[in-house]
Design a protein around this ligand. Structure first.
Ligand code: NAD
Length: 294
């Protein structure tokens, strides 16, 4: 079993580090927030005094931080303290350019490195059923795989440096757009006098089908596990969807790709966030599109 340093013990990292402990790894963790350090300690994570201190005997270093700037600043801070031969894994969702910069920081010290963002939310993190999208060399990914399989149930090698992040933002852009499409369909149906149940019964086996309909249905009462039944308590917070849609737009701009629906989705979710709804699940966008209903 490996000595693992885990930096960023928040909503996702808290569960992921606890699952690595359950898998018999020795985990030394650090977060800026004292309460989160205490919570992780209760799960069996040994708490370090700093990020640098966390990595000092590590064979594997995992970061689960908010954004690219946090990942780069932590990696620059710790890199000289990481033991030779260690494997560096970043599981945060960050921009492709920063992910590639992080690869460069590790590679400059001769360390194996992967970007490995996750999908599946806090429920997936808790149950260790995340999907991990991994970018890096064959060698680095084959070293990371047995570790990642302890926090998730599916590990996909997407290609070289940054391509895990590329897969993540393409997926989430599609999910964000699909949720708007599903919301528009249900809102139009209501105004036409078509019941949400009847539309669901048709769409769930027709060409309008998507996970936005059959998994995260924005209309309450149609899909048992949908958070719309629980006052849209996330789930996947609208603020995080907005973040990922913006990452997709900047990635598109950087390679000259066009993504008009992604751009429109940014504006729609941003408007709803401005209305104070960024803490709701992203499927709450339905309530804005529906308006006051009939
Ligand atoms: P979070 O804000 O709950 O956790 C991030 C943690 O990083 C915080 O506890 C923060 O204190 C800590 N941190 C920040 N800077 C630090 C530093 N310099 N040193 C040590 N700790 C530091 O966020 P989260 O929900 O756990 O998400 C983490 C990442 O995973 C994000 O990139 C997010 O987009 C992505 N993600 C989240 C979800 C989700 O449903 N929450 C799903 C998929 C992916």
């Amino acid at each position: 079993m490996a000595n693992i340093a885990f930096i960023g013990l928040g909503n996702m990292g808290g569960y992921m580090s606890a699952n690595l402990v359950k898998a018999q790894h020795k985990v030394r963790g650090f977060d800026l927030v004292a309460d989160l350090r205490a919570a992780a300690e209760r799960e069996g994570v040994e708490i370090a005094a700093s990020a640098r201190d966390a990595v000092k005997d590590a064979e594997v270093v995992i970061t689960m931080l908010p954004q690219g700037q946090h990942v780069l600043s932590v990696w620059r801070d710790i890199i000289e303290a990481v033991p030779a031969g260690a494997l560096m894994i970043d599981c945060s969702t960050i921009d492709v350019a920063s992910a590639r910069e992080a690869h460069g920081i590790a590679a400059a010290r001769g360390l194996d490195v992967v970007d490995a963002p996750v999908s599946g939310g806090t429920a997936g993190a808790k149950a260790a059923t995340l999907t991990l999208m991994v970018g890096g060399t064959e060698q680095a990914v084959s070293r990371a795989r047995p570790i990642l399989e302890k926090v998730g149930s599916k590990v996909v090698h997407c290609g070289g440096a940054g391509l895990g992040q590329a897969a993540k933002i393409c997926n989430n852009m599609m999910a964000g757009i699909n949720m708007v499409a599903a919301s528009e369909g249900f809102a139009l149906a209501e105004r036409l006098g078509l019941s949400a149940q009847a539309l669901f019964d048709v769409v769930s086996t027709s060409s309008g089908q998507s996970t936005a309909v059959t998994g995260f249905c924005p209309v309450p009462g149609l899909v048992e596990r949908s958070v719309s039944n629980n006052d849209y308590k996330p789930g996947f917070a609208l603020a995080l969807m907005l973040k990922d849609l913006k990452l997709a737009q900047s990635a598109a701009a950087s390679v000259g790709a066009t993504s008009p629906l992604g751009a429109l989705a940014v504006q729609l979710y941003a408007l709803h966030a401005l209305a104070g709804q960024d803490g709701k699940d992203f499927s709450h966008i339905y309530t804005m599109i529906r308006g006051a209903g009939k």
